[in-house]
Write a protein that binds this ligand. Structure first.
Ligand code: IMP
Length: 196
């Protein structure tokens, strides 16, 4: 059985990973409490995910998995992208970030509000080998917040195929069926299945 240490301390993400990877006979371990979080200072999702996975390999000596997600808005030339968590400032709340996004897009008309969520998952091994997979969710930014579910930019992100509902108006099951993160996890499942 292969064992991977996870960079995330987020219980929800850990469960989602377990659910998708469970049929591969993979054991997922939480990040040990004495291993600190890594400063995410790379300029790409891939760079940050690899940075986190490699730091965890160095600290534990075991294969590691890390992910990084960003919202890429067409009308903002891809911003906030890799800086999505701190769009409105270093300690910005989800609500601050959403307010800044809606402000920057005020006056941007229908047809120009396209955006995508992108998740990169990196796997790093003690041998120095590594791999990355990506999952994407296409959609648009709404004019105002709708829905109470989810987190982050969910209330203002309307995926292309949800009949006009935002991610925050979907049930968790509906969101997880086709989200950027679940698409990346499925790609990871495929890569690990065919490489083992
Ligand atoms: P992380 O790399 O998963 O920590 O994501 C970085 C930032 O992207 C988060 O702080 C959120 O603002 C945003 N984000 C990530 N995933 C989602 C999602 O599924 N819905 C809405 N926002 C998200």
């Amino acid at each position: 059985m292969t064992t991977f240490v996870l960079a995330t301390a987020n219980a929800h993400k850990t469960e989602e990973m377990r659910a998708v990877l469970s049929d591969l006979g993979i054991e997922l371990l939480p990040r040990p409490g004495d291993v600190p979080e890594v400063q995410e200072n790379e300029v790409t999702l891939e760079g940050n995910a690899l940075l986190k996975a490699r730091a965890l390999v160095a600290a534990t000596g075991q294969p590691a998995i890390a992910d990084d997600t960003g919202l890429f808005v067409d009308a903002l030339d891809g911003r906030p992208g890799v800086s999505s968590a701190r769009f409105a400032g270093e300690n910005a709340s989800y609500d601050d970030n959403v307010a800044k996004l809606l402000g920057e897009l005020s006056g941007v008309p229908d047809g120009h509000r396209g955006a995508s969520f992108r998740t990169v998952i990196a796997v790093a091994y003690p041998s120095g080998e590594s791999l990355c997979v990506e999952g994407v969710l296409e959609g648009r930014i709404t004019y105002e917040r709708r829905g109470d579910n989810g987190f982050g930019y969910d209330p203002v992100f309307e995926p292309t195929h949800t009949g006009g509902r935002t991610l925050a108006e979907l049930t968790p099951e509906e969101k997880n069926r086709n989200s950027h993160r679940s698409n990346a996890l499925r790609a990871l499942n495929e890569v690990l299945r065919t490489s083992s």
